[in-house]
Design a protein around this ligand. Structure first.
Ligand code: DX5
Ligand code: ZN
Length: 218
């Protein structure tokens, strides 16, 4: 399977969002990753529904929406209405995770669960076949441009084994510090989807950077 690339809008130039989305539309990016933060679950606030709706209406790539907020279940319908293809919630924010995943599916979206660097894989053991994607955080959520946490490689390898053993079709996505040095190692470890913010958007050739990430093979 080809590596999927989901550039993270968090590192885009917000004064020139149309131009940034034009670049994404014209690139080989598979999805567009959108980080929604509430300043409570994570110590930062990014953007909310006005931006999600506007980008959803203009972007030709499927939206991969990553919620770093408390009570993400309140916003399932909003997210579906904005045209999102995938809604990912943090395991740590969902006491009734199975129900939330069912509600995301009922709203017509794919369902993902994100795990913080300190959250063990066993927390999703009982929902592996209810998931379309597992998002492994390779930095602590909240900010772009942070340093990659090395134990992610081992975590991805263990998750790959868990998913195969459970016959789960869920994709493995990694988010945080994905760049030239970490991306090939992640793909070799079993990652299907690379999220990349600063490495793509701060690059002198963002489309070329996306194309190079897509070439990586496991
Ligand atoms: C961080 C976000 C990421 C962020 C990644 O909490 O979830 O999506 O944009 O940024 P980079 O690729 O710069 O580490
Ligand atoms: Zn993210």
């Amino acid at each position: 399977m080809k590596t999927l690339v989901s550039p993270s809008l968090l590192s885009a130039n917000f004064l020139d969002l149309r131009q940034e989305i034009d670049m994404i539309n014209d690139s080989q990016a598979d999805w567009l990753h959108m980080d929604i933060m509430d300043g409570s679950y994570v110590p930062n606030i990014s953007f909310g529904f006005p931006v999600l709706n506007a980008v959803g209406a203009y972007c030709k790539k499927p939206l991969d929406v990553h919620y770093m907020i408390e009570h993400p279940e309140r916003y399932i319908q909003h997210t579906a209405d904005a045209g999102a293809m995938l809604m990912t919630v943090h395991q740590e924010t969902c006491p009734h995770l199975h129900r939330t995943l069912q509600q995301i599916h009922a709203a017509g979206m794919k369902a993902g669960v994100a795990l913080n660097p300190s959250t063990p894989l066993c927390m999703i053991e009982d929902v592996l076949t209810d998931l379309d994607l597992v998002l492994i955080m390779s930095v602590n959520p909240g900010f772009g441009g942070q340093k990659f946490i090395e134990h992610t490689i081992d975590k991805v390898q263990r998750l790959r084994k868990m998913l195969d053993a459970a016959h789960s079709h869920a994709l493995i996505e990694v988010d945080g510090g994905v760049q030239a040095e970490t991306a090939p190692r992640l793909v070799k470890a079993g990652v299907n989807v690379l999220v990349s913010g600063s490495y793509v958007f701060k690059s002198t050739d963002p489309k070329g950077t996306i194309a190079a990430l897509k070439e990586l093979k496991g």
